[in-house]
Design a protein around this ligand. Structure first.
Ligand code: NDP
Length: 240
């Protein structure tokens, strides 16, 4: 039986590549999204992957959705916490609302989704969780105090949860992409983007497929000795 994989924010951008790559690897994939119905419809028509709409920042919505997905599709064995947003501003302009929504969507969502699939994974003695971090959580970024804090938090979250899952064959890892050519990055001003590309040793932006390849690797049944790790996929931009 194909293992069931859920990818949050899985119908466009990096998430779409992750969903499709997991499907190509033989997984039964479910994608989720926040509100872009057109992208979800087009994605399902193209791939056959069903999309479920709910806000990953809202625990009650996550709970209802996970219940529904598990009833309609089956138990979630692979979880990819990919949904994320930015609300960039320097500290002088950053508002409490911009802080809260970025923390809740990028980091709170990892708690919400992991909490809801955790007991099942432990009971079945199999689980693969990948949380999508960011180079900007590892290195910091001007104008991204909220986003860097959320993504950096994912690294600590992953390591702590990995300790709890280790004895039960439930692995928890982080994939930390560098700058990937998606709508999120296309929103960066062109002059800033050119400066960013100049600092990437391989000389190009990442592709969503570059990130997806790492997720497929970490979610394989055979990857059971890799847990609490961070896989940086950034063209050599940040090494540590
Ligand atoms: P996109 O903006 O292209 O897509 C974001 C996805 O997340 C969409 O599917 C969106 O749904 C979903 N989403 C956003 N908010 C919510 C929410 N509250 N509830 C449910 N779903 C939500 O992002 P990317 O593909 O660029 O990024 C994917 C991940 O990779 C993010 O976590 C991002 O932080 C991270 N990342 C991206 C990098 C990049 O260069 N692009 C670099 C490093 C990390 P909808 O379509 O309905 O809005």
């Amino acid at each position: 039986m194909a293992r069931i994989a859920l990818v949050t924010g899985g119908q466009r951008g990096i998430g779409a590549a992750i969903s499709e790559s997991l499907q190509a690897a033989g997984r039964k994939v479910v994608a989720t999204y926040a509100g872009n119905d057109a992208a979800a419809k087009a994605f399902t028509e193209r791939t056959g992957i069903p999309c479920y709409k709910f806000d990953v920042a809202d625990f009650a919505q996550c709970e209802a959705a996970v219940r529904r997905i598990e009833a309609e599709v089956g138990p979630i064995e692979i979880l990819v916490n990919n949904a994320g947003i930015t609300r960039d501003a320097t500290m002088r302009k950053l508002t409490r609302e911009m802080w809260d929504v970025v923390i809740d969507t990028n980091l709170g969502s990892c708690f919400n989704m992991c909490k809801l699939v955790w007991e099942g994974m432990i009971a079945r003695k199999f689980g693969r969780i990948v949380n999508i971090g960011s180079i900007n959580g590892q290195a910091g970024q001007y104008g991204q105090v909220n986003y860097a804090a959320a993504k950096s938090g994912i690294h600590g979250f992953t390591k702590a949860l990995a300790l709890e899952g280790a004895r039960f064959n439930v692995t928890v890892n982080t994939v930390a992409p560098g700058y990937v050519d998606t709508e999120m990055v296309r929103a960066v001003p062109e002059d800033v983007l050119q400066k960013i590309i100049a600092r990437i040793p391989v000389g190009r932006l990442g592709r969503a497929e570059d990130v997806a390849r790492g997720v497929v690797f970490l979610t394989a049944d055979e990857a059971d000795f890799i847990t609490g790790a961070t896989l940086s996929i950034n063209g050599g931009q940040h090494m540590y």
